[in-house]
Design a protein around this ligand. Structure first.
Ligand code: NAD
Length: 499
């Protein structure tokens, strides 16, 4: 069985003292094994990153940018190969995996503009004969810790900008689908990135804690579930590092009575069940305002009737399995418990029926679920389920919809479907959520903007990728300059004033 190791200083390496299984979720077979890094191996990766730092920082910005242009080409040309790796360990359908790669390419394209991004500021004559300018300098070694659900895109959210800014990186991907990160590290190498600038360690809490506690790691980017995000934020910041830790989500989609019902239903189906609901920006709560619920549910029910669930490598499949058997069982527990909580199960995914066929076999499949009459206080409503379960909450007014969403612990993404520009503008003003879609169900910002939620969806104050990442991955230095101007020197013990 293939053993997936680490990638340190440009070489695949690793002992297999502790390992974990990597499943093909479509078959349920543990088809690969991943090595869990020891403390010594993580320290070796940190040392490799630290050693590579000075030369990478010396490298001209144009040469750094060249790496990203070449990487973009590699990713674009070999998307099918990378997508197949993602599908084999994550389970999402191939077209979705290719979509993930293309969104990751946006981050590489952004990083390729690093000469522009790293420009500082300058003010002339702040005092007589005195100028001031600022520069952005790398922070040093950056640790990037990523979740299972986007094994290509989320690493690229972080490592592209971190490396562009002159830092070196130790990436710790999810142990559930680790192969894509190794592929990416090799692609960076092929694109000309010097060895040691990007290192990958596979593993679990041992690896993560070693990164968080190392004095040589200066910044930590994390994406994953909220409890882990919070603990990473607390531990790394207590150790004096800058941290951005993005957590879980519960994304609402408000449908106003004036919305295009058919369009909203299609958007809800796509955003709730795409990638089997394992997207941090998946729609999981439909907020139906006024009389809209019944026609909306009717349209959704019609649209899901032919949904094809199956092995992600089958071009006919629109939705694949969940990541593990345990996660599948957890997702289904919300559906089986829904009626006892007072909700109405309209479509029961635990029956595992897709387009009229039963989903039997050993894969980690579940069917799609649609649940009506969901209310605050139910576990179904409060928890992040992270599966193909769409809840419908009925409210009477726009104000009630806003109040509901603003009271939720999460604030990652949200959408409103309406034909009224005034309502949409007011929603943007009122809503306490980091990313808002207007008739767009999954408002993941393009790479030239930054991504981040509010409340329990993000710990730290920087959003990820885009302009905010340049701020996060650099330290500002401000230089005040005066050149001799042949006027006689004077001693003055007063505090320098600029008048
Ligand atoms: P997770 O929190 O279980 O794991 C994320 C990373 O943390 C992995 O690398 C994992 O190995 C590591 N980890 C797990 N337990 C740890 C521990 N006790 N100590 C230290 N490290 C630990 O998340 P996941 O299940 O891989 O991913 C799904 C979650 O990620 C969902 O909650 C989803 O909403 C969230 N997510 C959020 C965003 C966002 O942008 N906000 C994006 C993608 C995923």
């Amino acid at each position: 069985m293939t053993l997936i190791c680490h990638f340190i200083a440009g070489t695949e390496t690793g002992e297999a003292e502790r390992t974990g299984p990597v499943y093909n979720p479509a078959t349920g077979e543990a088809h690969r094994t991943v090595a869990f890094a020891s403390i010594a191996e993580v320290e070796q990766a940190i040392a490799a990153a630290k050693a590579a730092g000075p030369a990478w920082r010396e490298t001209s910005l144009i040469k750094r940018a060249d790496v990203f242009f070449r990487l973009r080409q590699i990713l674009a040309e070999r998307t099918p190969e990378l997508a197949a790796i993602v599908t084999s360990e994550h389970g999402k359908v191939l077209s979705d995996a290719a979509g993930e790669v293309s969104r990751g390419i946006e981050n590489v394209e952004f990083a390729a503009g690093l000469v522009h991004l790293l420009k500082g500021e300058r003010a002339e004559q702040v005092s007589r004969g005195v100028d001031v300018h600022s520069v952005k300098q790398p922070v040093g070694v950056v640790a990037c810790i990523t979740p299972f659900n986007f094994p290509v895109m989320v690493p690229l959210w972080m490592v592209a900008s971190a490396i562009a800014c002159g830092n070196t990186v130790v990436l710790k991907p999810s142990e559930k689908d680790p192969s894509a990160a190794i592929w990416l590290a090799k692609a960076f190498q092929e694109a000309g990135l010097p060895d040691g600038v990007l290192n990958v360690v596979n593993g679990d809490k041992v690896a993560v804690d070693t990164l968080l506690d190392s004095p040589d790691v200066k910044a930590v980017s994390f994406v994953g579930s909220t409890p882990i995000a919070k603990s990473i934020y607390e531990r790394a910041s207590a150790n004096g590092k800058r941290v951005q830790a993005l957590g879980g989500a519960k994304n609402h989609m408000v449908v106003m009575p004036d919305a295009d019902i058919d369009g909203a239903a299609a958007a809800a189906v796509s955003a709730a069940y795409g990638s089997a609901g394992e997207r941090c920006m998946a729609v999981s709560v439909l907020v139906a305002v006024g009389e809209v619920a019944d026609p909306l549910i009717a349209s959704i029910t019609e649209k899901v009737a032919d949904l094809r669930i199956g092995d992600g490598t089958d071009a006919a499949s629109e939705m694949g399995p969940l990541i593990t058997r345990e996660h599948r069982d957890r997702v289904e527990s919300y559906v089986t418990g829904a009626a006892a909580e007072g909700a109405t199960v309209l479509i029961d995914g635990t029956q595992r029926v897709a387009a009229g066929e039963r989903l039997d076999g050993n894969g980690f499949f579940t069917g799609i679920s649609l649940i009506d009459d969901v209310k605050p206080g139910m576990k179904l409503y409060e928890d992040e389920i992270f599966g193909p379960v769409l809840s419908v909450v009925r409210v009477d007014s726009y104000a009630e919809a806003v109040e509901l969403i603003n009271a939720h612990q999460f604030g990652n993404g949200v959408a409103i479907f309406t034909r009224d520009g005034g309502t949409a503008r007011q929603f943007e003003f009122d809503i306490e959520v980091g990313m808002v879609g207007v008739n767009v169900p999954i408002p993941v910002p393009v790479g030239a903007f930054s991504f981040g939620g509010w409340k329990a969806s993000l710990f730290g104050d920087s959003h990820i990728y885009g302009p905010e990442s340049i701020h996060f991955y650099t330290r500002s230095k401000v230089v005040t300059t005066r050149w001799p101007d042949h006027t006689p020197a004077q001693v003055d013990l007063g505090f320098p004033s600029n008048h």
